[in-house]
Design a protein around this ligand. Structure first.
Ligand code: B12
Length: 506
């Protein structure tokens, strides 16, 4: 009987749309267990009742349960699942993923975590499974954190995975009909120094790519296996190398793959690569690009080392309008040192971009939240005495509201919340209505969009009674949602999950 590893994708509180994001991180590491002769079962707690299914799949052949972790609400269910496993089995609980890699000490200290495998799982998960299977301590495997005589012990940090040895993710492990964002990762990391991003620490600001032949092979596999009409590139920075993107675009065109593809992109590439390049990108099927523009103030862009000019944003809006790509633009406010004037520049830029490209889409005006691994954390710890959460469970409720951002007083925080909501009712109102507004909420929706239009036009964000109301409603709903997810995960009779497992076992 093959030894088995159970991989768990903990639910995110935010479940947008009907389909779910694929548990891509786990699909990516599973082949490195399968090639070593281990059986892998993937449990997605957004789809499966984790209590029911874990009791079914964890047996004497199970070596360990691997859990992925991203900073934010995913930590909530990851802790819940880990604690539950401890009540039904002695099997080791192993955490991995971005959050565990950035803060391994905090994670390994928890009694419900036995090991942390830090870094890219392709390297250490196979050897780790063998060490558990042969009952050998994992001392010779890099990137492993464990407890020895109550003390935290760790092996040396592992290097980067050689992407030329990449295997195609294990898409067989999931029921793809349940997911959107089927796609591939053609490269990792980003050469840019943006101070609010995890990339500096997680990828050492290095960009790496898979060899083109592997990328082509993986696209062939996905297109023939799923007959996709849309393809997502999970890269941190897909456009780092111009020639590589041109080769991928020509490959899609030459193979007549009529697929809409999308990914993230930086605006300065529009200035550097020019219109003809993005014409090719459009012809190859790219319909949408997500851009983190962050601010309309050059001073703030320079401060966060975004390495972009406002002029790049104008070029981006112009070129996307001319070649027919929809830019989804994300902005951020509340960055330390930001003034009301900087924020005004951001609002003006949002209006200006929509004028240049009416199809442009302002997705969010997020409020800066210090995520681990970002250099800016060191700055705010030094200059604003910011205290990063010291325990894993503190990250469960970690968001803009809960963390002490000393450079913002209470009144300013309230205004920022209003500023972050208003654009959604101005620029996102159609999607908002389609996604979230049902019958009883309609009158409230019309009042909110009317008031938002007035507020936005007059840049007036104080006395925001309607947003305090909205926030209370959303918090209530999120807690209910989280409760629902957990109740859903807890309740026993889950046909779909049992059916799924039986189908896979068949
Ligand atoms: C797709 C995506 C999303 C999707 C789905 C996320 C998901 N994981 O399912 C959605 C849209 C839901 C999303 C939401 C958010 N995201 Co996002 N997202 C991404 C993106 C673009 C790809 C993630 C991915 O699949 N990468 C590819 C896989 C292969 O990489 P990986 O997850 O790191 O996995 C590798 C290792 O970590 C490890 N590993 C992973 N899991 C495990 C488990 C075990 C057991 C082991 C051994 C190893 C292991 O091995 C894998 C292979 O090497 C990344 C950027 C990026 N390119 O990574 C941002 C990213 C993960 N997101 C980020 C953030 C901040 C968010 C949001 C909080 C943004 C926001 N403010 O709302 C929300 C979070 C929602 C929440 N908290 O609940 C940050 C996370 C930073 C952090 N400290 O965790 C990232 C890194 C972006 C960035 N540049 O900062 N995101």
């Amino acid at each position: 009987m093959k030894k088995k590893v159970v991989l768990v994708y903990p639910g995110l509180a935010i479940q947008s749309g009907t389909f779910l994001q694929t548990p891509f991180s786990l699909l990516t590491i599973a082949p490195y267990l399968i090639k070593e002769g281990f059986e892998v079962v993937l449990v997605d707690t957004r789809l499966h009742h984790y209590r029911t299914i874990l009791r079914q799949v964890i047996d004497e052949n199970t070596l360990f349960v691997g859990i992925t972790s991203m900073t934010g609400s995913q930590i909530v269910s990851a802790i819940e699942v880990s604690k539950y496993i401890k009540t039904i089995s002695k099997v080791p609980v192993v955490w991995g993923g971005i959050h565990s890699t950035l803060l391994p000490d905090q994670v390994i200290r928890e009694p419900f975590v036995d090991y942390v495998l830090a870094g890219e799982g392709e390297i250490n998960i196979g050897p780790f499974a063998h060490s558990i299977s042969e009952n050998k301590p994992p001392e010779n495997i890099n990137g492993v954190y464990f407890k020895r005589k109550g003390e935290v012990a760790a092996t040396p940090q592992q290097g980067f995975f050689d992407l030329s040895k990449s295997l195609i993710p294990a898409w067989d492990l999931i029921d793809n009909d349940q997911y959107n964002n089927i796609g591939l990762q053609t490269g990792r990391g980003c050469p840019y120094p943006c101070t609010y991003c995890y990339n500096i620490e997680f990828n050492q600001q290095r960009w790496r790519t898979k060899p083109l032949e592997l990328i082509f092979e993986e696209i062939h596999y996905l297109m023939n296996r799923f007959r996709l009409d849309s393809l997502f590139f999970y890269d941190d920075n897909f456009f780092t190398n111009k020639k590589r993107v041109e080769d991928i675009c020509r490959f899609l065109i030459d193979n007549k793959y009529q697929v809409k593809w999308y990914t993230t992109c930086r605006a300065d590439y529009f200035t550097r690569y020019g219109k003809d390049f993005f014409k090719l990108v459009r012809e190859s099927g790219c319909e949408t690009l997500a851009l983190g523009l962050e601010s309309g103030s050059q001073r703030i862009l320079d401060q966060i080392k975004k390495m972009e000019k406002i002029e790049d944003y104008i070029n981006m809006a112009r070129i996307t309008s001319e070649v027919g790509i929809v830019p989804e633009c994300g902005f951020m406010i509340g960055i330390p040192g930001e003034t009301d004037e900087d924020r005004r520049m951001t609002f003006d830029l949002m209006d200006r971009l929509i004028k240049i490209n009416p199809k442009a889409y302002v997705t969010s005006l997020a409020i800066y939240t210090p995520y681990p691994g970002a250099p800016l954390i060191k700055t705010i710890e030094r200059d604003y005495n910011f205290k990063m959460p010291q325990h894993l469970s503190d990250w469960c409720t970690f968001d803009f509201h809960s963390c002490n951002l000393a450079w913002l007083n209470k009144k300013e925080k309230k205004r920022l919340v209003t500023m972050s909501y208003v654009p959604r009712f101005v620029f996102w109102k159609q999607k908002l209505k389609e996604r979230y507004i049902t019958g009883p909420l309609l009158p409230f929706y019309y009042v909110m969009t009317f008031l938002a239009g007035l507020r936005w036009k007059n840049r007036f964000f104080s006395l925001s009674f309607e947003y305090s109301l909205l926030q209370k409603f959303l918090r209530l709903r999120q807690n209910l949602n989280l409760k629902k997810i957990m109740r859903f995960a807890r309740t026993a009779k889950a046909r779909r999950s049992v059916a799924c497992t039986e189908r896979r076992a068949a």
